[in-house]
Write a protein that binds this ligand. Structure first.
Ligand code: UD1
Ligand code: UDP
Length: 389
């Protein structure tokens, strides 16, 4: 039995690792050891509860308004102490958070092989997204098995000198999670609870009123960027009084402060706390349009046939843009208002973007990852027997 330490730190890592953890729990030959670094507390707990993830070790590192350096330092010591105790045969990390960079470095120091889920994403700009572009670039040389979601990731890794045999394109595990959740929402009892949640979040007329779903949390948008985003939402709320704008506000104080101050008292803007994945998927499935700077939401909304305006200047996920369902509008008040207004008033523009496409996966990513991990251990055995006299 090979011990696989699975690291999760933040909400999206939890969502995107949930299918991998579920597959590992079913596997007779692989034993998952789930490590929550606790980089996020409440927002990761929502994911753990919904997907019924058993966390084996919780390092509980989060502090309010944490700086990147202090978070990095806490993570490094606590992860290293844990690795000393659990001695995994392999570690899995997902994405480009501080948890990913530090867990990768700590494992590298102990010569523990690393599998990187969602490897190879790049914008080519170290400041956008900040610090994620650098986190993922620094993690890549430490990694043994790279699992890019698409061919775009493979091409980026090859350009950086990664050997092709270390790369396996798997699709994005977020599509596994999304399909799992959409399927569960067919259950009449779950559906009834969701309808109740939507009545609370959107209003009692949730099934008649059109609404726009909003999320935002990127560090490069802190300050002026968030002010522009908030002012754009206020303009849109005035221009479209019959629409509601539903905004689950990220718990980061750098986000909460400007959003609550600028949008707190608007009649048709509803600022709500982050919702669990179930409610958020339901909110996405029924909205007219998504405004976001999130990575995961850019991947999910196209699959649900929802146009996405990305409030960033760059994206490491060009597939949605190429497919025509995602448009980059920057954290720029005028561009956001113009693009959203066009989609909310011009049927043809809307229909052109609202086609359901899924360039990010087919729901089988977790199984492909497990297959490649097994091949890796088989290669080690074959290598050892080849080496023996
Ligand atoms: C982090 C990731 C980002 C990812 C995002 C997902 C890094 C550098 N950034 O950004 O890549 O897209 O998570 O949401 O790794 N907080 C709470 N409760 C929570 C979560 C956060 O109170 O459950 C507050 C805390 O005050 C915390 C702050 O948010 O200090 C920032 O959290 P942090 O993980 O450092 O950064 P994020 O902006 O969430
Ligand atoms: N999400 C959620 N509840 C919310 C908002 C988002 O469950 O209130 C989910 C969303 O469906 C996606 C993930 O959180 O899967 C994205 O997380 P986030 O935007 O925080 O991080 P990113 O993807 O940008 O790293």
């Amino acid at each position: 039995m090979k011990k696989i330490a699975v690291f999760v730190g933040t909400r999206p890592e939890g969502i995107k690792m949930a299918p991998v953890i579920a597959a590992l729990r079913q596997a007779p030959d692989l034993e998952p050891i789930v490590v929550s670094t606790g980089q996020h507390r409440e927002m990761l707990q929502q994911v753990v509860d919904l997907f019924q993830i058993t966390v084996d070790h919780d390092l509980a590192v989060m502090q309010p308004n944490q700086t990147l350096a202090s978070l990095t330092a806490r993570l490094m010591t606590r992860i290293d102490e844990l690795l000393d105790r659990i001695e995994p045969d392999m570690a899995l990390v997902q994405g480009d958070t501080t948890t990913v960079l530090v867990a990768s470095l700590a494992c590298f120091y102990r010569r523990i092989p690393i599998g990187h889920v969602e490897a190879g994403l790049r914008t080519g700009n170290i400041w956008s997204p900040f610090p994620e572009e650098v986190n993922r670039r620094l993690a890549s040389p430490l990694v043994t098995l790279h699992f890019p979601p698409t061919e775009f990731g493979r091409a980026n890794l090859l350009k950086e000198g990664v050997a092709d045999k270390q790369i396996r394109v798997t699709g994005n595990t977020v599509i596994d999670a999304l399909q799992m959740e959409v399927q569960r929402q067919q259950d009449p009892q779950i559906k009834a609870k969701i309808d109740q949640a939507l009545a609370e979040e959107v209003g009692r007329d949730w099934d008649q009123v059109p609404y726009v779903l909003v999320t935002g949390h990127r560090r490069e948008n802190f300050g002026q960027g968030f002010e522009q985003i908030c002012d754009a939402l206020a303009d849109l709320a005035d221009r479209f009084p019959d629409h509601r704008f539903i905004y689950p506000v990220h718990l980061n104080p750098q986000v909460q402060a400007p959003v609550q101050a600028r949008l707190g008292d608007r009649r048709n803007i509803k600022l709500i706390t982050p919702r669990d994945y179930r409610t958020f998927v339901a909110l996405m499935s029924r909205c007219r349009l998504v405004l976001t700077d999130s990575g995961g939401v850019q991947e999910e909304a196209p699959g649900l046939g929802k146009p996405v305006l990305v409030m960033r200047d760059t994206t490491e996920r060009p597939e949605g843009v190429e497919a025509g369902t995602v448009q980059l509008v920057g954290a720029d008040r005028a561009r956001i208002v113009e693009a959203a207004s066009e989609l909310l008033t011009d049927r043809a523009s809307y229909d052109a973007m609202a086609e359901a496409v899924n360039p990010y996966g087919d729901g089988q990513a977790a199984e492909r990852i497990l297959d490649r991990i097994r091949e890796h251990f088989a290669e080690l055995v074959a290598g050892a027997s080849n080496a023996s006299p």
